[in-house]
Write a protein that binds this ligand. Structure first.
Ligand SMILES: C[S@@+](CC[C@H](N)C(=O)[O-])C[C@H]1O[C@@H](n2cnc3c(N)ncnc32)[C@H](O)[C@@H]1O
Length: 210
């Protein structure tokens, strides 16, 4: 039978540095909901490494969900759940209507918000805010501008190539992302410089005064 596992080079490259940060910033238990899980390479690598947390991948693209399932079959792990069909734009998310056990304590989205319209970033924040209790973690990873400035010589060309593919895509400014997160009830807890001028960005759900 043919191997349905898709393999992306960047995902294979960044999985160890991202895992090192996840180990530090994820809550010690609960379910981690992965948005935009892509091929499933991250899910297959992270789930056994981050046990006893349960890893719940999700992905809107059916062909990619097949790849996630193929990774799960090839590298079975009791802490890795089957992939859910989840598009952040479609509220409520399936995990809101059928509660997960254990409850979701973190939401992770890697290399997503620059390859989707800005509205998808807003929907990601809103959905994560609906799901997470106070202290819950929203973890983002990817390339960013900061205060209008590029962080690497390669980023302007990368940004242009994204916008050529879809004018609504492009590198996001961390200031805009943090402002959107704040309006969804998150505080920026930490940023971590990552290889190839990427950033890990850690938000924490804050208790509301009202
Ligand atoms: C560059 S891939 C990253 C995949 C994976 N996280 C990785 O790092 O290998 C971008 C992903 O964003 C997903 N995506 C785009 N728009 C989305 C949306 N509205 N809701 C959820 N996922 C979305 C795509 O399906 C794709 O899997």
């Amino acid at each position: 039978m043919s191997d349905r596992r898709q393999r992306w080079e960047a995902t294979a490259r960044n999985r160890e540095p991202i895992l090192a940060v996840l180990r530090q910033v994820l809550p010690p238990g609960g379910t981690v909901l992965e948005i935009a899980a892509g091929t499933g390479q991250h899910a297959a690598h992270f789930a056994p490494a981050l046990a006893p947390r349960v890893w719940q991948p999700s992905e809107p693209d059916a062909a990619l969900r097949e790849s996630i399932e193929a990774w799960r079959e090839a590298e079975p792990c009791p802490f890795l759940r089957p992939a859910l069909a989840l598009d952040v734009m479609d509220a409520p998310w399936p995990v809101e209507t059928a509660q997960l056990d254990p409850p979701i304590t973190a939401v992770v989205a890697i290399n997503m918000i620059h390859i989707a319209p800005w509205d998808a970033c807003r929907a990601l924040m809103a959905g994560a805010s609906r799901l997470l209790a106070d202290g819950g973690v929203l973890f983002l990873y990817g390339p960013y501008k900061v205060s209008g400035g590029w962080r690497s010589d390669n980023d302007p060309a990368f940004d242009e190539s994204l916008r050529r593919r879809n004018p609504a895509w492009g590198l996001r400014d961390l200031d805009d992302v943090a402002a959107e997160a704040a309006s969804a009830g998150f505080t920026l807890a930490r940023t971590v410089d990552m290889p190839a001028a990427n950033l890990s960005v850690v938000f924490r759900k804050a208790a509301r005064d009202d």
